[in-house]
Design a binder for this molecule. Structure first.
Ligand code: SAH
Length: 352
């Protein structure tokens, strides 16, 4: 335990560790170690953000996807998925309802859908920003060319989420088809950050073929890239993918990784992900207690939720939309001494 704690201190003070140091930490997901990391992470979170939790309303506006990620339920090869896409008017309605609920960030996520090209997205972003000037818009629509990202930024988009999925080129190549390149994904992330988006990357824990060395690589990447947001959740199999028979990722290891991210990057916006809430009924609260400070409830129309099936049982985690301050989520957070704040929740925004 002494070495473990010394490494946590080193991470807190310097924001980095040697490969050997990372491996030592990541090989210890057992309760006593994980709890030591979680209590330091929770302390840092509360120093920085008080007891406030940011919420983002997520609109999953299309499950058409031209990509073929082996792990993902909406991959183009999955012919069983019933495809849908929302029209502009429907997306704006989701935002209006979300605004009434108390959301001040809208996250628009989809598969890689040719209909929703950058031109159409830019028009949509402008309309959302005009209608809800005090709200932030986050896009999560995959890989685009730099000028297209620039076009979306110029249209007023504030943030962009693009999980890097794996910082190891070899592991990335195992879980994606040949035509999806690690180098393109990484280039996109560089472009997004340089353009000026609040940029989010991230990865799944326990995706097939992932080793602790791969996770070391992920942590080293986060340490040097310094994203504004990090999405980390357990891998969960989907029955109509090549990984149908694979095991889910470890909740304990996910929680440890969340704590290490908070200790390394104290200001980072770190969601307790839906996937964590899917594996355990109180997974999101555990994520918060491990250093997360963001929750992203689904505000998509009820009819779509089943179809945006990245992994099995995804929607069982979602309580359904109500006013954020009246929600079951708020009560669960109150039980652990936290409360939702109605705010954009930008990176670097002073809360305390
Ligand atoms: N098309 C967008 C959005 C992808 S879906 C993009 O390319 O960024 C959002 C995230 O869900 C993915 O980045 C992936 O990390 C996660 N995901 C996909 N399948 C999953 C699974 N089976 N288990 C857990 N997370 C999964």
């Amino acid at each position: 335990m002494e070495r473990f704690k010394a490494l946590l201190d080193e991470l807190k003070c310097t924001g980095k560790l040697s490969g050997e140091g990372w491996l030592y930490l990541l090989s210890r997901p057992a309760d006593s170690f994980r709890n030591a990391a979680a209590s330091l992470a929770e302390k840092i979170t509360i120093e920085r953000f008080g007891n406030k939790i940011f919420v983002r309303g997520i609109v999953e506006f299309s499950n058409f996807c031209s990509n073929d990620c082996y792990y993902c339920g909406i991959r183009c090869s999955n012919k069983k998925t019933e495809r849908y896409r929302l029209e502009e008017k429907e997306i704006l309605e989701c935002c209006s309802a979300g605004y009434e609920y108390g959301f001040r960030t809208f996250v628009l996520q989809s598969g890689e859908d040719a209909f929703w090209n950058p031109e159409r997205l830019a028009v949509l972003v402008k309309k959302i920003k005009a209608r809800f000037p005090e709200c932030a818009v986050t896009l999560s629509v995959g890989e685009l060319e730099r000028p297209q990202y620039q076009q979306l930024f110029d249209a007023g988009c504030d943030r962009y989420l693009l999980r890097h999925e794996s910082a190891s080129p070899e592991h990335y190549a195992m879980i994606h088809p040949e035509r999806q390149k690690w180098s393109s994904r990484m280039k996109c992330l560089q472009d997004l950050k340089e353009i000026g988006f609040q940029t989010g990357c991230g990865f799944m824990v326990g995706s097939p073929g992932q080793t602790l060395e791969h996770l070391v690589c992920d942590m080293e990447f986060l340490s040097s890239f310094k994203p504004h947001m990090i999405g980390i959740g357990p891998f969960i199999p989907h029955c109509d993918t090549p990984y149908a028979k694979e095991k889910s990722g470890s909740v304990e290891l996910t929680l440890l990784l969340l704590s290490l991210c908070r200790i390394m990057l104290p200001d980072v916006l770190l969601p307790a992900t839906t996937a964590l809430g899917t594996l355990l009924p109180d997974g999101r609260e555990l994520g918060i207690r491990a250093g997360a400070n963001v929750v992203m409830p689904n505000i998509s129309p009820a009819e779509c939720r089943e179809k945006y099936s990245l992994y099995n049982n995804k929607n069982s985690a979602d309580p359904g939309s109500t006013g954020v301050l009246q929600s079951g989520l708020q009560k669960k957070l109150a039980a652990i001494g936290r409360e939702i704040v109605i705010a954009r929740g930008d990176y670097g925004e002073k809360i305390c």
